[in-house]
Design a protein around this ligand. Structure first.
Ligand code: MG
Length: 465
């Protein structure tokens, strides 16, 4: 009779040992492009830009068709990725100034729990290479949010034009490196006031490879947040002038090279079977920059908008031996899910004292079953513009990304079927009142669950404004 409890104890002990064993905690690498569109990669149907490394990553792993960033611009998107929460909850949204500027005083609230903080609690080394954009003042830098190491730019690469830079919007087209002065930071110190942006992707890559080699003995979390293809666009000598898609194509092809270098390092170091790598983008393409902006493929609009092109982005997941090779995942997934999923994979517990919006999508990644998801919500700043439930999406408010127009409220909401009409062209609200009612109920459930952010909304308005 005593054998059963003993057996259970042994099994429980084995479970504890298994959870504690480093082999069971995968390394995690998240590669995050800036303003890359759904349609910019070969594996997403781009006919011009050459992305053999990303295409191979998709062929060896999983390609998501319906992968979402939690916001249509940089700052809130990054905050959601690292906290697993809609920007409205984590304090990183503002209706008018939706992005932190180079003279903003605010940053990610300290009482938010970030993914690197959770993973550090499980013995991970943590590093970020590239664009932070969650507060550039010393008290907001990555060191205060769970990162052991940081090398990169504190905000977007267009935020510090030199005094002699041409004024007005055309300045963004200017590829003259001397016009841009976004600094590079290592740890908490500015190490270069005016880095050569042509070398950014290469230098970020070298830093990422070095981090992997140095930290390979124990589990690590590496967040590679590229500055490109956010304008102004720069590529190194090796890639410049090579793509038929112009400088935008050059930049993407160099980012593709970078992904290849990182995956090759994982292979040569023998880490490929114990590392989850995810590639995605913070928001859709910045279409107002014409040939310097990317493509959302068949999706409507781009960066700054809550149409699909603003928030549905490429999503690739790679973990040889664990994620089925060559798989295409058509279920909805979001960058917020990475928080919960990676925490679970590392054996960490997600915070119970706040709402976490991210779901554990490991059943999707490993093709072991469905994930119970309610609706996905599209915000612009602190305002809910749209909601998706299954294939149906209701727009309560629409607005062009960067036009002078005002938001337009829709009553009844516009309703699109993203299966039959991925480009959101045919409003089907009139003949589908029951569908609208279901989405309205999902929005009501979401709103009932919205509590104030644990910190006050941090000031994101530029001091100078
Ligand atoms: Mg962006």
């Amino acid at each position: 009779m005593k054998t059963i409890p003993v057996l259970f104890s042994l099994l429980a002990l084995a479970g504890v040992i298994a959870r504690a064993a480093p082999a069971d905690r995968p390394n995690v690498v998240i590669i995050y492009a800036d303003d890359l569109g759904w349609g910019d990669l070969g594996c997403y149907g781009n006919p011009v830009i050459r992305t053999p490394n990303l295409d191979r990553m998709a062929a060896e792993g999983m390609r998501f068709t319906d992968f979402y960033s939690a916001a249509e611009v940089c700052t809130p998107s990054r905050a959601a990725l690292l906290t697993g929460r809609y920007p409205l909850r984590n304090g990183m949204c503002h209706d008018q100034f939706r992005v932190l500027r180079n003279n903003s005083a605010g940053g990610l609230p300290r009482d938010e729990v970030t993914l690197p903080e959770l993973l550090k609690g499980r013995g991970y080394s943590t590093g970020i290479v590239g664009k932070w954009h969650l507060g550039h003042l010393p008290e907001h830098l990555p060191a205060h949010h769970g990162f052991d190491a940081y090398f990169g730019m504190p905000y977007s690469n267009d935020m510090m034009p030199a005094p002699d830079a041409p004024k007005g919007r055309p300045k963004f087209y200017e590829e003259n490196n001397a016009y841009w002065r976004t600094p590079l930071i290592r740890g908490t110190e500015i190490v270069e006031a005016q880095p050569d942006q042509r070398l950014l992707t290469r230098r970020y890559t070298e830093e990422a490879v070095k981090f992997i080699r140095e930290k390979k003995a124990a589990p690590f979390f590496l967040y590679v947040a590229h500055s490109f293809p956010h304008v102004p666009l720069f590529a190194s000598e090796r890639f410049r002038g090579k793509s038929a898609a112009g400088v935008y194509g050059d930049v993407i092809e160099e980012l593709d090279w970078s992904v290849g270098e990182i995956l090759a390092t994982l292979r040569t170091e023998g880490l490929d079977r114990k590392t989850l790598v995810v590639f995605s983008s913070d928001n859709g393409p910045w279409l107002i920059f014409n040939h310097h902006g990317g493509s959302a493929g068949p999706l409507r609009e781009g960066k700054g908008s809550t149409w699909e092109g603003g928030m549905r982005v490429p999503g690739l997941a790679w973990w040889p031996g664990k994620i089925p090779a060559g798989s295409v995942q058509r279920e909805i997934a979001t960058t917020m899910d990475l928080f919960t999923t990676c925490a679970k994979l590392a054996g960490a517990t997600v915070p119970a004292d706040r709402t976490i919006d991210g779901l554990d999508i490991s059943p999707l990644l490993f093709n072991t079953g469905p994930v119970a998801r309610d609706a996905f919500f599209y915000y612009r700043g602190a305002t809910l513009y749209a909601a998706r439930l299954g294939h149906w999406k209701a727009h309560y408010i629409t607005r062009s990304a960067y036009g002078p127009d005002q938001p337009v409220k829709h009553e009844p909401p516009q309703l699109y079927h993203l299966g039959e009409d991925v480009s959101e062209r045919i409003d089907r609200a009139k003949e589908n009142p029951a569908v609208l009612a279901r989405i309205n109920e999902a929005v009501a459930r979401h709103r009932a669950d919205l509590k104030p952010a644990p910190s006050q909304l941090i000031e994101t308005v530029a001091r100078a404004n």
